[in-house]
Design a protein around this ligand. Structure first.
Ligand code: NDP
Ligand code: AKG
Length: 434
């Protein structure tokens, strides 16, 4: 199986910047550079495609429950809208920053192109700690952020969705605030909203389901049967917990999962459905779960398993961790979990990496279905959604695999080649640089 590839010179288009490992945008650029070189990308297109099209930074004053006014910083980065309205989630986190949001926005552009949905890429972020805020404070923050972005968002312009620490309720507040300003109900302005407000069947599970679909496709390529497959999952939120449960339902043995409180390991297999119930009843955390051994985050990433699903956040797999990874296949549920220097090591060691811009694209694919349903005012069954999702994820997996064979590159670089090729072809057709 030719999964070992050349290491590319990353300096054809720009002077390599000093390595800044706290900057996920640089990690995105390092892969983009390789794809640009393979595609012999027009330098003008290169220049245009690596920059975000628009960056919005806003101050969000919120009256806290104490009566004190606190001002939060919020971002919305539109990386590109050449293929259609920009699309991407909003992240609430104390450490979210502009470089991270710029990287996440660019990944959305490439992801939408890989799965062939007619969207560009965007991402939003608000620097806040939702675990320390009341529902009322979160609602006021969300409504004011939306009001400040009223000229940015729109069903034909830029369509937010959930990401880390945001959920259906937050999407509902965005819909309501936007609609109040628009003087009409605009349910297509946001996806990942409750079904009662025009949300889609299957959106909550979509990213985890997509992770499952590409995991099964990779197992098939490698002739590994689910019943003989062990899985470890980092992150037990929307993506991680659902991917773990669905892989278990397919016959895999999930031996380890984790959240910020650490890892939980059981060589004979964890009961994921029961763990999800435990988390619900335990204030949203795995802390105190007793039917497993406690392990560290690093032990989880390097534990004995066949498939590793990083589904927490960026930059989790560095060179040291990569050296010690025992999994045969990594399926990136999170955005940007693997650092560029780790790519080369994993590649050398024959570990197959299904890259984020393919592996976690199930979420945006069902968001696309949701937007289509809202605009038609006609809603599909869960079976319809799941069948179409499986078909689009499988098609994307096969196309990325074929591109990797054609160019002799890893699946990650193949996905970038496909995406950058598609967006630059749209630029050429539109005549932007003609
Ligand atoms: N939601 C979606 O549809 C999509 C999400 N993604 C990406 O998937 C990733 C996860 O998102 P999502 O599941 O929505 O987010 P959630 O907020 O639902 O869950 C995040 C999970 O990661 C855990 N976590 C955070 N930091 C660490 C850490 N250092 N070590 C171990 N676990 C950690 C959290 O633990 P705790 O709860 O204890 O804080 C939580 O279990 C992100 O990279 C996101 O961008 C990608 C595509 C779509
Ligand atoms: O569903 C969406 O529109 C975007 C989800 C997202 O933020 C992501 O894929 O990273």
């Amino acid at each position: 199986m030719p999964f070992k590839f050349d290491v590319y010179d990353r300096s054809v288009y720009r002077e390599p910047a000093p390595i800044d490992r706290d900057n996920p945008f640089q990690a995105m650029m390092e892969r983009f550079d390789i794809a640009a070189e393979i595609l012999e990308l027009n330098p003008g297109f290169y220049e245009y495609l690596y920059r975000p099209a628009r960056v919005h930074i806003t101050s969000i004053p919120v009256v806290m429950d104490s009566g004190q006014i606190k001002v939060f910083e919020g971002y919305r980065v539109i990386h590109n809208d050449v293929l259609g309205p920009s699309k991407g989630g909003i992240r609430y986190a104390p450490d979210v920053n502009l470089n991270e949001v710029k990287a996440l926005a660019a990944w959305m552009t490439w992801k939408c192109a890989v799965v062939d949905v007619p969207f560009g890429g965007a991402k939003g972020g608000v620097v806040c700690d939702p675990s320390d805020m009341s529902p009322g404070e979160l609602e006021r923050l969300t409504r004011r952020y939306t009001a400040n972005m009223i000229d940015v968002f729109g069903p034909d312009r830029d369509i937010p969705a959930p990401d880390m620490n945001t959920n259906e309720q937050i999407m509902a507040w965005i819909l309501d605030t936007y609609s109040m300003h628009a003087r009409r109900t605009e349910n297509a302005v946001v996806t990942g909203k409750p079904i009662g407000l025009g949300g889609s069947q299957g959106r909550v599970e979509a990213t985890g389901r997509g992770v499952m679909t590409v995991s099964l496709a990779a197992m098939e390529q490698e002739n590994i049967a689910p019943a003989n497959t062990t899985v470890a999952v980092q992150g037990f939120g929307n993506v991680g917990s659902i991917a773990a449960q669905l892989l278990q339902e397919q016959g895999c043995t999930v031996v380890a999962v984790s959240d910020v409180t650490g890892g939980y390991y059981n060589a004979s297999g964890l009961d994921i459905a029961e763990m999800r119930e435990f988390v619900k009843a335990n204030g949203g955390t795995l802390d105190g779960y007793a039917k497993a051994d406690k392990i560290s985050n690093e032990e989880l990433l390097t534990c004995n398993c066949d498939i590793l699903v990083p589904a927490a956040k960026e930059d989790q797999i560095d060179a040291d961790i990569a050296e010690n990874i025992k999994a045969k296949i990594i399926v990136e549920g999170a955005n940007g979990p693997t650092m560029p220097e780790a790519d080369d090591i994993l590649n050398e060691n024959g570990v197959i990496v299904i890259p984020d811009i393919l592996a976690n694209a199930g979420g945006v694919t069902v968001s696309y279905f949701e937007w289509v349903q809202d605009r038609q005012g006609y809603f599909w069954t869960r079976e319809d959604v799941e069948e179409r999702l499986e078909q689009m994820m499988t098609t994307a997996f096969n196309r990325v695999y074929e591109t990797s064979q054609e160019h002799g590159v890893s699946l990650r670089i193949a996905a970038y080649v496909m995406a950058v090729g598609k967006v630059s072809e749209a630029l050429r057709l539109r005549g932007i640089y003609a």
